[in-house]
Design a binder for this molecule. Sequence first.
Ligand code: ACM
Ligand code: ZN
Length: 539
Amino acid sequence: MKKIIASLTVALVSTCAMAEVNFQVIPLPQSVVLDASGKTTLMIKGQAVSYPADNARMKRNAEFAEEFLGLKPQAELATKGRKKAKDTTPVRLTLGLTSDNPDAYQITVDKKGVLIQGASESGVFYGIQTLRKSIAQEQGDTIALPWAVIKDEPRFQYRGTMLDCARHFFPAEYIKTFIDILALHGVNKMHWHLTDDQGWRFEVKSLPDLAKKGSYRPHTILGSNVGLHDPDNVLYDDTPEEGFYTQEQLREIVAYAAERYITIIPEIDLPGHMVAALSVYPELGCTGGPYFVRPYWGIDPDVLCAGNPKTLEFIKTVLGEICDVFPSKYIHIGGDESPRKRWETCPKCQAKMKELGLQKEAQLQTYINKEVEKFLATKGRELIGWDETLEGGLSENATVMSWRGFKGGIEAARLHHRVIMTPTSHCYIDYYQLKDHRAQPHAIGGYLPLSKVYSLEPVPEELTPEEAKYILGAQCNLWTEYVLSPDHVEYMLLPRLAAMCEVQWRPAGEKSFEEFTGRLSDMEKMYRRLGYKYCTSYE
Ligand code: ACM
Ligand code: ZN
């Protein structure tokens, strides 16, 4: 025991060369109370960090403390029926914080050392991230921490980020780095757009050709889609785009994310954005094809045939395997930008409408969604769809992702459906982030500066307090038509994700962009230290 106490070196080292630790990180904790009467100087490298024995997640948290801070994990002494020995380890991770919010944490720094206490294991993880960010500016192995009590909890239970890996493929190994970046920003949902007209990236074992063939396009349109309707003016690169994730890789990524308290919500976009699948199974389209994996962007008129019974069979096969790989309660089934033009003239679709007594083609999409919802329910899952799913009537338990502004989200909340806010105006980080386009890589268009992301209020004023409860949270979306590499992903993401992080964490009405930017430079130092690319100026 003496040895353990002795390993906490208190106030022996001069601290004048070190910057003050003040816990003013991103997200800014709700409460930071400093006690000017003392400081604890920690020999951080190699210092012990204790965790409750027999709790694998807390052990893993202690390993994160090792990875981020250089601490040495050490299981707390087991009680084994005797009175529990007092834990005098200099850094302690514990559970038992009283809070309704499982992500809540408290950090206490006093003469005994540092205690990170969580309402659950995820709270402890967020506490470790805050400590990591607080002392990241310090160089060397010795940290002078002021005595303090820091308390925080996120405002929203759903704190998402979407990545599109269909338009451009990013390797499995990089997805782990992406997840590390999300974890650094307190995100707990990664919405993964895995399929689209331009590529199918999810291995379906019972349909092996789907990913093998549907994940390949020989070239991609250069520049924007200008000239698409004038074939003589379309220029393509000569670089094939290919790749898909095997189920083995996906399981590994799911586990990697889960250790970091991130749930991956996979998206299979249907019934539109399906041409890559139609290129492999043309009988699932209204015209029968032939189809090819699209080397250009935009909304394609070719969609799954709603009147062909094979379509639902196909969807259930794919989603069945999705559920095998992804344990997420929510499964995203897209539903956006699905033109009904083919359905209007397709004999099978028209016969289906007649059979079901439907008045509008939009109701065919609701019919598919209801069937999918029933299927997902057999697996204990629920569906999320983009706000177009409101058009023909929502299926019973659908959650709506409001992207075409706030309107769809308001409508859904009033119908008592859960909502995730991701309006293009504040959340589409595929848009330019600076006014001067020449200072940035080619982007899809638009203008979404850091300040605009920061200004997002996900709960519209129009909602009553009761309706507001249906807003689960917010997320930013990174579509990748024009995002070509991992470096480019990070450039689009950072620092806008830092702004979204405060939208997701800070209490309503307690944000100041000016004050936030004062804290951003420390976060940028962190990005540099971790080797992340980011946009170095902001507006
Ligand atoms: C979308 O941006 N099409 C959801
Ligand atoms: Zn049809």
